[in-house]
Design a protein around this ligand. Structure first.
Ligand SMILES: [Zn+2]
Length: 341
């Protein structure tokens, strides 16, 4: 280091020569890398696109998007949901499982009274109903793989035409999430009501292959207090920071069940909401005067894990086996708005 400092001029000459060489070589290197990437990139496999299923094609869905109601067939609607809700790079059987979950969720919404009264059956807001992505919008995201991916999506819907998850002869609340911490969570762990078909089951996703599967979030003492007091003003943070979080208990579904913060006992999913954590599977630690959350997985954790479904599909499971695993005690049958199809 010191030696270089004593000879700045020499260094400059060396750097100039190096830069000149690089300038000359860079286009060659870049071209080679691009060529290698192209050579390594597999040509999209030509896969046959199945015609839309008869039952889904005949069913009209009224979809509220950007303040306007559009009418489309169930096939078109479900294609849009699968494009938006699951990566198209996932295994075909996982995409099929997603199509059935999306169809079931839609029929559940319709049969239990939609969130949109007489105006529409569903909307495209993922916080209210399910996300939706048009063919054109998805194609521009997918680039060179758009033909293959679109075929996979359309086939996932067509190959599962009308197939719906039923419990007590009615479509179920087929919720799903991105990834679990090794087990899914029961509906009762996360929401107020437990449901017999939304129970905690094992989930085989490989965390090392999932982006941001393990996340870390930290808060200064002041930030932590402010956020918690906004929803629980009765909390008492007069003691040392080490005493603020106590009695953390965990459910079978690896969710935090309850935890006492500033003397107030709250449920794990409530803590997730207050601190905007990626899931309610977390541990906490005090590090250098800050409170750190170590979070595993993404989403509410109830129903089918999408990464878990993809891992099962890679292991040779069919879409039926995936769905029967994640939704306890369901039957899978042809169904439409009017009932059995
Ligand atoms: Zn909605």
């Amino acid at each position: 280091m010191e030696k270089k400092m004593k000879h700045p001029a020499k260094s400059c000459v060396r750097i100039s020569v190096l830069l000149a060489c690089l300038l000359f070589l860079l286009p060659l290197i870049t071209v080679t890398v691009i060529r290698r990437e192209k050579a390594g990139e597999q040509e999209p496999e030509a896969i046959e696109i199945l015609p839309p299923g008869e039952v889904d094609s005949a069913e009209t869905i009224r979809v509220l998007a950007d303040g306007k109601v559009q009418q489309m067939s169930m096939s078109e609607y479900l294609q849009g949901v699968v494009r938006a809700e699951m990566p198209a790079s996932f295994e075909q059987e996982a995409l099929c499982a997603q199509a059935v979950a999306a169809r079931t969720y839609t029929l559940y919404k319709i049969s239990t009274g939609s969130n949109h009264g007489a105006e529409a059956d569903v909307c495209t807001d993922p916080k209210c109903c399910q996300a939706f992505l048009s063919k054109a919008a998805a194609a521009s995201n997918w680039g060179s793989r758009s033909k293959l991916y679109e075929a996979k999506i359309e086939n996932a819907v067509a190959a599962t035409d009308a197939q719906t998850l039923l419990y007590d002869n009615a479509p179920i609340l087929a919720v799903f999430h991105s990834s679990s911490a090794g087990r899914t969570k029961s509906a009762g762990e996360v929401w107020s009501q437990d449901l017999p078909y939304l129970q905690s089951v094992t989930s085989p996703e490989d965390g090392s292959k999932i982006p941001n599967y393990y996340s870390r979030v930290e808060f200064t003492a002041e930030e932590f207090k402010k956020k918690f007091l906004a929803s629980h003003p009765e909390a008492d943070f007069s003691g040392g920071i080490d005493t603020w979080i106590q009695n953390l208990t965990v459910t079978e579904g690896t969710n935090v069940n309850t935890v006492t913060i500033g003397g107030v006992t709250v449920r794990g999913p409530a803590v997730r909401a207050i601190f905007s954590l990626r899931s309610a599977s977390f541990e906490t630690e005090v590090q250098k005067g800050k409170i750190v959350f170590f979070v595993t997985g993404y989403g509410h954790g109830v129903g089918m894990s999408q990464y878990g479904a993809n891992a099962m599909a890679k292991g040779g499971k069919t879409w039926r086996e995936i769905l029967e695993h994640y939704y306890t005690g369901v039957s899978i049958r042809s169904w439409s708005r009017g009932g059995a199809a």
